[in-house]
Design a protein. Sequence first.
Length: 426
Amino acid sequence: MTTASVNERIQLIVTGKSKDSTCSPSLAKGPWEFDGGPVAYGPGASSEDVIPTNSPKQGALPNEYKSATDEELHERIRAAKETLGDKVVILGHFYQRDEIVQHADYLGDSFQLANAAKAHPEAEAIVFCGVHFMAETADILSAENQAVILPNLAAGCSMADMADIDSVTQCWEELTELFGSEPDAEGKMPVIPVTYMNSSAALKGFCGENGGIVCTSSNAEIVLKWAFERGQRVLFFPDQHLGRNTAKAMGVSLEEMPLWHGRKELGGNTAEQLMDSKVILWNGFCSVHKRFNVGQIEKARAEFPGVRVIVHPECPMDVVDAADEYGSTDFIRKAVAAATEPTTFAIGTEVNMVQRLAAQYPQHKIFCLDPVVCPCSTMYRIHPGYLAWVLERLVAGEVVNQIRVDEKVSSTAAIALERMLAAKPL
Ligand code: SF4
């Protein structure tokens, strides 16, 4: 099984030569084609939905950054970083492209990175090379005097945007009408809201306010146990797959996990289905992980007998069931690092991370399960031009693209995050 590198694939898409590509068409655009356009920071940004008129927008990136060569940009980034010294920390997500990751002080998942930011109170600016919700979490967890910067405001997460605060509030009202809001004889509330880290700050705040909690892909089972100790059922958003895969492994049957479709009465379910439920799943998904399928696993096994198939729990249930192992990005990274004998790994997660693992561990054969290499198209919008721009503005004493979570949302979101940490310290 051969796979093109991420950059080769993007070039093929841009030049129209990748006929078999089913990647997001937005990858064919230069990242600055979104500047000042309909894509902005806020609900719906990444999926190009209609967005609130007051959402901040990415202004036009100055031409000097668009026309600079890659080498010039890297040189400018290095120089600005050196000038800023300890005043800046650059964070790069595992799924970020290599041209950015090479400048990062820390590489990790969203929560590890937010904690890395917290561990550097001397840094006045935290440049988060990820997507909206990650920068928001870093703003919630970092100190008052630290500015969190997202280099391109058009870098959202399509999954996070699938659950907005209005739709979740509407769902909550319908559920409250159906179940009431009083605890049962055992003191358990009718519903406990649980949001995946990959959600807006507003939803984390909603959970904080309504007795709920946040989870990551590493601790989803611990968090669900926490929720079942306090509630008769869980409302899990936005990722249906993480919710389903985790609850199924805990013994919850599929019949007890109805899917909630926004904009339909009772989410498209009967009152009886909801009464009998244990986990109500929001109808969200990750466009990157939904690309994996069982056929790819069968092909990998046929081609490489003995292959170890590891997938992320954001993959659909049949893929997780067919894999040898599943777990968070950190689980996957550790599984590869721990392999003492040369091993063939077929991995079902974002391709930038898979290709980085392949380069880091040449003693193993490591490839992405999906031969049509598609990176996370929104994370990809953090181009080195934007990184150079935000850093050089900092050198000039100006903070651009600061992510500021409203104070009330921030305090309630922090409650939901603290509950997660108390449920199981990471
Ligand atoms: S990989 Fe999926 S969940 Fe992660 S940022 Fe991209 S769209 Fe969102």
